[in-house]
Design a binder for this molecule. Structure first.
Ligand code: SAH
Ligand code: SF4
Ligand code: F3S
Length: 460
């Protein structure tokens, strides 16, 4: 996400060259990060180069998230800021185009143009392959364009292969959308029905990523472990089979996937964690609640004990696997006993890192119209207690890695002079004092110290 203070100055305007600039702000999940990179790829042939200065940009894109109320409101406040930039640039004779992409665009469509008539393009997550055409159209005629239908064609058939090495760790979307309709969630409405990309297109993209230096690929999908893509043999492949195929790419040393649903955590995938060294010992498996009553109200389709069983199997298959999850507190109808059940599940499982949220009612979802909403102060208190316990577990997990020697994939420079930073197999951030020539390599590091959100170590 790019966010910073904006001061009106024309120092950044690049009038002398014919180069066009693009500024993109991304909120939300990793799939939005992937999508933003693909929009950049799409606009590159039109001569657009990315700038991190909004006031320099001919095209401003907000790639938005609708998951909670706060995420959506951020978009409108950011638009107010971009409006000023657009007006200022227009005064200087630099036409500027504002596009709103992503899940808010999909959900709010026309409302965005009503609230922010200076927006030129509103496009959903399934139509962004049409962005170059839309930009040319807006340039030709005045007036805004909305494209939020779910097109029959797949955007993936129209996206160029990623052009530049954006790092040693890359995202690759393999599945999109969701048919599960959890009571609280907008994703089935913003991303549409569940669709898996064919295996071959994923292999081609992964092979290309490796050829530009990528060492770690995170396979993405709203329900990534529900993946069921057409294989080169004409059969349907599941995620375990896809991961096995990808692990045969010689340059690819690490494979991850996110986000998984407990209902789709089948034995073949659990066994893949035992059998494939490239599959990292880390799994983000959102449980949301530890109360059967609330899990049912959420329409999650599993019980707390079924979740515990999956964790047991995973730990048998891969004893050192680190577990991560998402939690929602204060879903309609959640009482103190339900909340205590969630706390107990957390104590039973022991997570290495997590995300937790207060329930936020979302338009069009089943839970939003429930008569049993939980008071805001109650949600605050539960979230605080939950996060304190999760924090303890995260600290404990990190503490347990101190003294161990583990392979770290270095991905960039650290914040301090002479530091480089990388990732452990368990998705911990690790930094060491080391030469930048190590960036892009996986090296053995002894972990010396656990800090608040990272570890420090020494190269061995
Ligand atoms: N597909 C994933 C989650 C996608 S949304 C899954 O099935 O778990 C990411 C996370 O946002 C969810 O796991 C949930 O914890 C949180 N979330 C979704 N809707 C929410 C809402 N209305 N209020 C609060 N948190 C929400
Ligand atoms: Fe949302 Fe549930 Fe689908 Fe996850 S599985 S994206 S939480 S509806
Ligand atoms: Fe947000 Fe859409 Fe992702 S709502 S979490 S950007 S799928």
């Amino acid at each position: 996400m790019v966010q910073r203070d904006f001061t009106l100055t024309n120092a950044h305007l690049d009038n002398e060259t014919s180069r066009r600039y693009l500024h993109i702000i991304t909120w939300g999940c990793q799939m939005n990060v992937y999508d933003s990179n693909r929009m950049v790829d799409l606009l590159r042939p039109l001569g657009y180069k990315v700038t991190d200065k909004a006031e320099q940009a001919d095209v401003l894109i907000l790639n938005t998230c609708h998951i909670r109320d706060k995420a959506t409101e951020k978009v409108f406040s950011e638009l107010g800021r971009l409006k000023q930039i657009k007006e200022y640039r227009n005064q200087l004779g630099n036409p500027t185009l504002i596009a709103v992409a992503g899940c808010v665009a999909q959900a709010e469509g026309n409302i965005i143009l009503q609230r922010a008539p200076y927006v030129d393009i509103v496009l959903g997550p399934q139509t962004y392959h049409r962005l170059p055409k839309m930009i040319l159209e807006v340039a030709r005629q005045s007036g805004s364009i909305i494209e939020t239908d779910f097109p029959v064609e797949s955007k993936f058939d129209f996206l160029p292969i990623p052009q530049e090495n954006t790092g040693y760790s890359a995202f690759l979307t393999i599945q999109e959308g969701c048919d599960k309709f959890c009571s609280f969630c907008v994703v089935p409405y913003t991303r549409g029905a569940e669709v898996s990309r064919p295996v071959q297109t994923i292999l081609d993209e992964a092979t290309h990523l490796c050829s530009i230096g990528v060492k770690e690929i995170t396979l993405l999908g709203q329900n990534v472990n529900a993946y069921h893509g057409e294989g080169p043999d004409g059969n349907i492949w599941n995620l375990a089979r896809l991961a096995e195929k990808l692990s045969s790419l010689p340059e690819l040393s690490r494979i991850r996937y996110t986000t998984s649903h407990p209902r789709d955590m089948d034995d073949s995938l659990i066994n893949a964690h035992r059998d494939l060294p490239a599959l990292m010992p880390f799994l983000h498996l959102p449980v949301q609640s530890g109360s059967d009553r609330i899990l049912k109200a959420m329409n999650r389709g599993h019980t707390a004990d079924e979740y515990r069983k999956i964790i047991d199997k995973l730990r048998k298959a891969r004893p050192d696997i680190a577990l991560s999850s998402d939690f929602i507190v204060g879903h309609p109808g959640e009482n103190l006993k339900d909340f205590e059940d969630t706390m107990q599940l957390i104590r039973d499982v022991q997570f290495s890192q997590t995300f937790s949220f207060k329930y936020s009612p979302r338009p069009g979802t089943a839970a939003a119209i429930s008569m049993h909403q939980v008071r805001e102060e109650e949600k605050d208190a539960r979230l605080q207690a939950l996060q304190a316990l999760l924090r303890e577990q995260q600290d404990q997990f990190n503490q347990n890695t101190v003294g161990r020697t583990i392979p770290i994939l270095f991905v960039g420079k650290g914040r301090k002079q002479g530091q480089i930073t990388g990732k452990s197999p368990y998705l911990q951030a690790v930094h060491i004092q080391g030469d930048t020539s190590l960036i892009g390599r996986e090296c053995q590091v002894r972990i010396d110290k656990s800090l608040t959100n990272s570890l420090s170590g020494t190269l061995v």
